[in-house]
Design a protein. Structure first.
Length: 358
C-alpha cells in the first residue's frame, strides 16, 4: 500500500488547501514552536487531531519522518506567519476569484468560475491582468489560464469548500496583499514577471484531475493518542537540517528555464501525465514523472516495463484528463492493448488519489 507522503508539494496542491488550513489552525491552537518537530508524540497528535489523518491507524515511521522534514522545510514560524495563499494553489485561486476579481458574488457564480472552460478562463485572465475585453491572448496562455481557474474540488458541495470559503472571506487583505495575490496569480499562469503582460511566454500548469478532491476524515479514535510526556523522543542534536535556517516554500517556485524548452515551468516530479515514446508504438500512455529538466523529463509508464524513459519532445506529452483518455480508448478500440491501457489508467488514477487525498 502506498505511503502517505506529506511533502511540501502535497501542501501546495490545489485539492489539499483544507489540509494546510487544518494544520496551521492546529499549530496556532497549541501555540507550536520549532521544537514540536522533534517530538514524535506531538507529531502524531498534529497528524491525528490537527489534520485528521491516521485516526484509525498508525503511520509508518517513514511517513512521520517525511512529515517532520516538511515542517522543518517550511518552519513552524513560517507556516504560522505566511499567508496560506502563498503556499497552496487552491487557496490562491479562491482568494483571486472571491476577494480580488469578483467579491460579494453568489456561491453559484463562484462554482461556475471553478468549472470554467477555456473561453471563460481567458475572460477571467483579462480581468486579472486589467487587459481590454477583446485583447488577444495566445493559445498557450489560454490553456494555462484554464488550468489555473478550473478547480473541480471547489465545484462540489462539500463542507471543506465552505470551511475554506469562510477562511478566505475573513482574511484581512490590504492593498499590498491584493497586489501580492494578483502578482502570484499572473506568475502562476505565465511563469514569469508581471510587467510585460502582452507578451507572455509558454507555460502550462498541471490540470487538476477530475477525480481529485480534498476530504477530511472523521475524528474517531482520538482518545487513543498518548499525551506528551517526559519520555518524548528528541533527535534535535542529530538533525542535520536547522529549522531556523529554512524559509517557507512559497508558490510558485522561481522558474528555471530557457526560451527553447521550459519543461520546468510545466511539469513537476510526481505528476501523472499521458506520454508516448518510440518504444510504445507512439501510443499515449499513463506515466509518472520521476525527474524534470529544462529540456526533458524522465518518466515511468504504468503497466509497462518501461522505466526511466527520457522524453524531450513537448508534443509527446498530454495532460492526464478524461477527454484525452476517452479519445485514446476510442482509437484503440478492442483488444489486449486497450485492456492494458484501461488497467494503466486505473492504476494511475489510484496514484492520484493517494497523492492528493490520503
Amino acid at each position: 500500500m502506498p505511503i502517505t507522503k506529506l511533502t511540501p508539494t502535497y501542501f501546495q496542491a490545489k485539492p489539499n488547501g483544507i489540509h494546510l488550513l487544518n494544520l496551521v489552525t492546529y499549530l496556532d491552537e497549541i501555540d507550536a514552536n520549532e521544537s514540536v518537530v522533534y517530538k514524535h508524540k506531538t507529531l502524531l497528535r498534529i497528524l491525528r487531531k490537527g489534520m485528521k489523518k491516521f485516526v484509525k491507524s498508525h503511520p509508518e515511521k517513514r511517513e512521520v519522518e517525511i512529515f517532520k522534514q516538511t515542517l522543518i522545510k517550511f518552519t513552524i514560524d513560517g507556516l504560522r506567519s505566511t499567508p496560506l495563499y502563498e503556499i497552496n494553489m487552491g487557496i490562491l485561486v479562491m482568494c483571486t476569484v472571491e476577494r480580488l476579481l469578483y467579491p460579494h458574488e453568489s456561491c453559484d457564480f463562484y462554482t461556475s468560475v471553478y468549472g470554467c472552460g477555456q473561453n471563460s478562463a481567458v475572460k477571467y485572465y483579462r480581468v486579472l491582468c486589467d487587459l481590454p475585453e477583446k485583447a488577444n491572448v495566445d493559445s498557450v496562455t489560454a490553456t494555462s489560464a484554464r488550468s489555473f481557474f478550473k478547480t473541480e474540488t471547489f465545484t462540489r458541495p462539500r463542507a471543506n469548500v465552505e470551511i475554506l470559503r469562510t477562511y478566505v472571506s475573513t482574511l484581512t487583505l490590504d492593498e499590498e496583499a491584493m497586489r501580492s495575490i494578483r502578482s502570484l496569480s499572473i506568475h502562476a499562469i505565465r511563469g514569469d514577471a508581471v510587467d510585460d503582460i502582452p507578451l507572455p511566454p509558454e507555460n502550462l500548469l498541471p490540470m487538476e484531475s477530475d477525480e481529485a478532491s480534498a476530504s477530511t476524515q472523521g475524528a474517531a479514535g482520538l482518545n487513543s493518542i498518548d499525551p506528551d510526556n517526559s519520555t518524548e523522543d528528541s533527535d534535535r542534536a542529530n538533525d542535520t537540517v536547522a529549522a531556523s535556517a529554512s524559509a517557507p516554500l512559497l508558490i510558485p517556485p522561481a522558474p528555471v528555464y530557457s526560451e527553447n524548452h521550459g519543461f520546468t515551468r510545466k511539469y513537476f516530479p510526481g505528476q501523472v501525465i499521458l506520454a508516448c515514446s518510440s518504444d510504445n508504438s507512439h501510443i499515449f500512455w499513463p506515466a509518472h514523472i520521476e525527474e524534470v529538466y529544462d529540456d526533458r523529463i524522465k518518466v515511468t509508464f504504468y503497466s509497462l516495463r518501461e522505466n526511466h524513459v527520457l522524453i524531450s519532445n513537448i508534443n509527446d506529452i498530454k495532460p492526464f484528463e478524461r477527454y484525452e483518455i476517452v479519445a485514446i480508448k476510442r482509437a484503440l478500440k478492442d483488444g489486449l492493448t486497450l485492456k492494458f491501457f484501461i488497467n494503466a489508467v486505473t492504476t494511475a488514477s489510484e496514484d492520484l488519489k493517494n497523492i492528493q487525498l490520503c
